[in-house]
Design a protein around this ligand. Structure first.
Ligand SMILES: C[S@@+](CC[C@H](N)C(=O)[O-])C[C@H]1O[C@@H](n2cnc3c(N)ncnc32)[C@H](O)[C@@H]1O
Ligand code: SF4
Length: 463
């Protein structure tokens, strides 16, 4: 699909909004033209079976002086009329609706805020209620946070196979590569750990699949983290794939003060697991979850994805029934995103799910089984323009997930492709630093990329 927005900036946002509305009927030949002339905004779709044209008079009365929103609002109206669709997050194409609302809370009264979200952003009533509910809960959870809070994220970019929705760059965990990576990573941990004088609030080891490398290698990394950063309030390690979980791993994690782990079914339907290329069955998940319970971690998270293999409402209800029986402390429900670099995207796969219906049953399930939503984010190319929601049992929020998604506090990212975020001392702006994405470059050029991150840390707020 081509989207032409002559003379407008923010083209990507307009593209994304158009893509969500026209998803089912798009092909690579489709061209969507928008133009604005004498307060008339027009839409033209070419290359479809039939060409389509419509226009609308620009209504400036409802806007907070935001030209981008005006254009998106009118795109929304025209495409909603054409397709009959309404989107839960209205014109929003960004990934952090809660952060947007938090910032707006500083400038608007409660009533003004609701008006703006409803009339300008076109959020559904349910989305507004959900977002404000989560923000209030987060304010409560974070009330004792220090001003110099920071988190540490460590990336382990290994995984022995590729699920069809996965776009993460991962490598086969062969001994030589893992060993060279772990040595460099430990060098990075030790180097940056020295620059911090206080304990991190949270530490998170993710990937890829951290448990895809030998236990003694993961142990070396965790020993280095504990030595350098000391105690944190929360230490999570993702051990998502059940085929990587065993007693030796669980014992090691428990003995090193890891308090949160993630074991991810994605779905409890074996047909789906096979179709998406997971290397495990639903019963493997149940078996490894029960094994992990023996080690009494503070919290176990499970990830589900809505939209896999065109799962029906009944399929999702079956997964939820299994979740109910296992009763993990955290449940994260993702909406499938067709990400660049995934097999789904490369094969031009189309996904057909009744997102609205499934979204409703998932939310209803959470509410009636003692799970409440505590963080929320969105991704580009997400099915149904929906969202990802982290649910938890009372008192089991992952602080890392909230801090990360709301951009609260610094994040020191370590390891391949990791992203660090620091607040600049002078500008008070959030500055991002990107580690290399190629593993060979990461291993061979430590002294080059390490300097630019060190410079940012020295210049960050609080130093
Ligand atoms: C960093 S990923 C990897 C976790 C781990 N390797 C596993 O597969 O269990 C964390 C979670 O993001 C979600 N995820 C990854 N790709 C996704 C996609 N394209 N759409 C929706 N959710 C996705 C999955 O639920 C996954 O468990
Ligand atoms: S197991 Fe996790 S990291 Fe590996 S391919 Fe699947 S989603 Fe990606």
């Amino acid at each position: 699909m081509k989207v032409n927005t002559e003379g407008f900036i923010w083209k990507l946002d307009y593209f994304e909004l158009s893509r969500v509305f026209l998803y089912e009927e798009l092909n690579s030949e489709t061209t969507v033209n928008y133009s604005l002339s004498n307060d008339i905004f027009s839409l033209e779709i070419l290359g479809d079976d039939r060409n389509y044209f419509d226009e609308i008079v620009i209504d400036k009365s409802i806007f907070s002086n935001n030209f981008k929103n005006q254009i998106k609002h009118h795109i929304y109206q025209l495409l909603s009329k054409k397709t009959g669709k309404e989107l839960p997050w209205g014109i929003l194409t960004g990934i952090r609706p809660l952060k947007l609302i938090r910032n707006m809370m500083k400038d608007y009264s409660h009533d003004e805020l609701i008006e703006l979200l409803k009339n300008e952003y076109l959020f559904s009533y349910d989305s507004i209620v959900l977002a404000i509910d989560i923000i209030n809960r987060q304010i409560d959870v974070l009330k004792n946070l220090n001003d110099d809070t920071y988190s540490v994220y460590i990336d382990i970019p290994f995984c022995p196979s590729k699920c069809n929705y996965c776009s993460y760059k991962t490598y086969m965990p062969n001994d030589e590569l893992v060993s060279a990576y772990v040595d460099t990573l430990i060098m990075e941990i030790e180097h940056f750990g020295r620059l911090y004088k206080t304990y991190p609030e949270t530490i998170y080891i993710g990937g890829g699949t951290p448990s895809a490398i030998p236990v003694f290698q993961l142990e070396k990394i965790i020993d280095s983290v504990n030595r350098v950063f000391g105690k944190s309030k929360e230490f999570t390690v993702e051990i998502g794939r059940p085929d990587t979980i065993n007693r030796e791993l669980l014992q090691m994690l428990k003995s090193k003060s890891v308090d949160r782990i993630s074991i991810n079914p994605q779905s409890f339907n074996d047909k789906t697991l096979k179709a998406i290329g997971r290397q495990h069955s639903a019963s493997d998940i149940i078996e490894k979850y029960n094994l992990a319970l023996e080690y009494e971690f503070d919290s176990i998270n499970m990830d589900l994805i809505i939209g896999l293999n065109d799962e029906s409402e009944e399929d999702v209800l079956y997964s939820l029934k299994e979740i109910k029986e296992l009763s993990p402390d955290n449940l994260t429900v993702h909406s499938l995103a067709i990400k660049k670099g995934s097999a789904l995207e490369e094969n031009n796969s189309k996904v057909y799910v009744d997102y609205d219906k499934i979204d409703k049953v998932t939310k209803k399930f959470a509410l009636s089984n003692g799970y409440y939503p505590y963080y929320l984010y969105r991704q580009k190319r997400i099915v149904g323009n929906g969202e990802n929601i982290g649910y938890c049992k009372s008192g089991k929020e992952s602080i890392y997930n909230i801090l990360m998604m709301e951009d609260i506090g610094d994040v020191l990212g370590l390891g391949l492709s990791s992203i660090s975020k620091f607040i600049d001392r002078d500008t008070k702006e959030l500055v991002r630093h990107f580690n290399p994405k190629d593993i060979k470059y990461y291993i061979d050029n430590f002294s080059i990329y390490v300097d630019s991150k060190e410079e940012l840390i020295k210049n960050k707020d609080g130093n």
